[in-house]
Design a protein. Structure first.
Length: 346
């Protein structure tokens, strides 16, 4: 069988720790043929390290020369849309890192380009690939939870402002914890609640801790260059009367170092996803059931594996570009509400 060709755009952290090694584990079916980065030295270094035959500083040159079947987009959020569309328009299947983009228009444009060019487009929402989520989704579809009328979505860090990269740069990333980490848990909740029609969204955002020097548990950040929210608290109301309470922070004065979870509340059962437990009643007893899933599951690997297998026609995509548009609408509405101080009617 002829191997499918892969190209990587952006040779930074996520490309090196996840995309490249995970694609290389599929060496029977695919081959990474090129890597591009606006920093040519980085592209060269990473190409040598991973034995990738060609490196480029311009992704268009790479797309034209390599003619890849699969492309990973691993650049700062600001460039997701343009670069993804450049690849889709050339007939490539694309796995773009999360978040989908910075604006709703961009996410819609990416979705439309994938449809127009009849190629696959997926996003790096790797938590969606966990066994816990697949198990819960089946139970929910089976009716075990009854009506899920509320969810609590959290990704809070006590002092987890990244001291590297672009994560505190609004122009490059579009925002802080909401668009970087909270988005993963929001994506899970929306998937498990089956994307209810949105009614309105309210949020408040704060820059209380990031703008001053402080203790860093994920490296030292530069308060003078901190241009994103350090926390955001939101409420999402759906037309079916269900709602989500959302909390996300890079820095918050709380006991735990890191809280990352989705809790679902249905009229028959409730659940917490990480770790997976369900809560209900049986006769006159309350029940708590825990499901010990493997702790070592590599979700980044599973995300790449699903994309590769979908491109090989063996599986359906788990994360679709329509779902990505939905999540982008929520993110942008939460930011808009935080900025204007008013609810956003959807
Ligand atoms: N799924 C996850 O959990 C996860 C984790 C980390 C990062 N990410 C996402 O991955 C993306 C990249 O993050 P990172 O941590 O690897 O950042 P990074 O800064 O380590 O790497 C980004 C690379 O892109 C290059 N670059 C910038 N503009 C470019 C362009 N126009 N064309 C080609 N290369 C360009 C930079 O030179 C840099 O080498 C972001 O969207 C981020 O949100 C996702």
């Amino acid at each position: 069988m002829k191997k499918l060709k892969v190209a990587i755009i952006g040779a930074g952290q996520i490309a090196q720790v996840s995309h490249i090694p995970n694609y290389q584990s599929f060496h029977e079916e695919i081959e990474i043929m090129g890597i591009s980065d606006t920093n040519l030295q980085t592209a060269k270094k990473v190409a040598e390290q991973f034995s990738i035959p060609m490196y480029f500083h311009n992704h268009i040159d790479m797309l034209e020369k390599v003619k890849p079947d699969l492309v990973s987009v691993c650049v700062p959020n600001r460039f997701h849309c343009q670069i993804t569309c450049d690849a889709l328009e050339r007939g490539c299947n694309v796995l773009c890192e999360k978040p989908p983009a910075i604006t709703v228009e961009e996410a819609e444009k990416m979705n439309a380009a994938a449809k127009e060019h009849h190629v696959l487009l997926s996003f790096g929402f790797h938590f969606r690939h966990s066994s816990e989520v697949a198990f819960l989704k089946d139970k929910i579809m089976n009716g075990d939870f009854g009506d899920i009328y509320s969810a609590r979505v959290q990704w809070n860090r006590r002092r987890g402002i990244p001291g590297w990269g672009n994560f505190t740069n609004k122009e490059m990333q579009g925002g802080g914890p909401l668009i970087d980490i909270g988005v993963h848990m929001l994506d899970l909740a929306a998937y498990l609640m089956d994307y209810p029609d949105m009614d309105y969204v309210c949020a408040t955002a704060h820059e209380k801790i990031g703008k001053r020097k402080g203790v860093g548990l994920m490296g030292d950040w530069n308060p003078d260059k901190f241009s994103v929210e350090d926390s955001l608290f939101g409420y999402i109301k759906f037309k079916n009367a269900a709602s989500i309470n959302l909390e996300t922070s890079f820095a918050l004065n709380m006991k735990e170092k890191d809280i990352r979870n989705v809790q679902l509340f249905g009229d028959k059962l409730g659940a917490t996803v990480f770790p997976l437990e369900t809560f209900g009643e049986d006769g006159n007893q309350l029940t708590n059931i825990s499901y010990p899933f493997p702790v070592t599951e590599d979700l980044h690997y599973k995300s790449i594996a699903n994309f590769v297998n979908a491109c090989l026609g063996k599986e359906s995509l788990i994360v679709t570009s329509e779902q990505a548009v939905y999540i982008q609408r929520l993110i942008c509405a939460l930011y808009e509400s935080a900025e204007t101080g008013k609810p956003v009617i959807m």
